[in-house]
Design a binder for this molecule. Structure first.
Ligand code: PAF
Length: 280
């Protein structure tokens, strides 16, 4: 696996290829990321991953400084998964000057849910992804693979690619889960043993919410408040547990058929904020 730290080195490494398949990450890789790399492999003539902890998408009180950086283990996993090129820019390579030009996604999509609780998050994500796309896929176009675990992020990126007519196919990867159902996430590493045991309650709450929505005798208006209360009673601090339409993430209505919806949740367990979702 070739490792490029600068944009020039990356472009040189990619010069012989016509259709890179790209998996952007912030490192601290787990089986969810590696599944995306394996999914990317047959989709291009060279498989590229990036590791860059993007300061722009963290709020001042969030975990930018403590975000786990596990370089050696990440490289070993990428090599084993058959990644050909790793782009790991230093901050000064990607942001040589303060990034004053930014991508502002449509507030109708980006200011709800994650964007509501983490204002500016999707500006930071869209800006860095646009820049990573310019570095990795800017010469040729190609494919980019994003996990469904970050459901709203995937939608924001899809809209960005469409609206800017970028020659990039955005492909979604399924969420990978631990045996008990907890969605794999870099932030799971923050959980203590008891919290790790409890953490599965988030995916269970989403499953229950979806099942109750589909049940003909449910009082649908009461489902979200009940689900929030139930999680609070277990000691969580939920930001949202909600049923949305997959197409635009607007609230589900009685007219929406099964198979077009998604239950999304974000909640804090101790000091760890977890997110998850379930299509149904
Ligand atoms: O999902 C992530 O890890 C990040 O938001 C991304 C897409 C790599 C941008 O920093």
């Amino acid at each position: 696996m070739l490792i490029a730290h600068s944009i020039d080195d990356l472009r040189q490494a990619l010069a012989p290829y016509r259709s890179p398949a790209f998996v952007p990450t912030m490192g601290n890789l787990h089986d969810g990321h590696i599944a995306l790399v394996r999914q990317a492999k047959p989709l291009g003539d060279v498989t590229v991953a990036s590791i860059f902890v993007n300061r722009l998408q963290f709020l001042p009180h969030e975990d930018f400084d403590s975000y786990p950086r596990t370089w050696d283990a990440d490289c070993a996993q990428l090599r084993a998964a058959g990644c050909d090129v790793l782009f790991a820019p230093r901050e000064g390579d990607l942001y040589p000057q303060p990034q004053t030009f930014k991508v502002h996604p449509d507030p109708a999509l980006a200011d709800m849910l994650e964007g509501h609780f983490r204002p500016g998050f999707f500006v930071g994500v869209s800006t860095v992804v646009m820049k990573l796309f310019a570095c990795v896929l800017g010469q040729t176009g190609g494919t980019a693979v994003f996990g469904k675990k970050d459901y709203q992020q995937l939608m924001v990126i899809r809209h960005m690619v469409r609206q800017f007519a970028l020659p990039i196919d955005v492909v979604a990867g399924e969420t990978q889960r631990a045996a008990d159902g907890l969605a794999l996430s870099s932030r799971n590493g923050y959980l203590g043993a008891e919290e790790r045991h409890e953490a599965v309650a988030l995916s269970q709450a989403l499953r229950q919410l979806a099942e109750r929505w589909l049940h003909p005798s449910s009082d649908r208006a009461a489902l979200e408040p009940q689900a929030l209360d139930a999680l609070r009673a277990r000691g969580w601090l939920p930001d949202y547990l909600t049923l949305r339409r997959r197409a635009d993430l607007l609230p589900a209505t009685a007219a929406d058929a099964a198979g077009t919806l998604v239950a999304l949740g974000a909640a804090r367990l101790g000091s760890t904020r977890l997110i998850d979702n379930l299509e149904f």
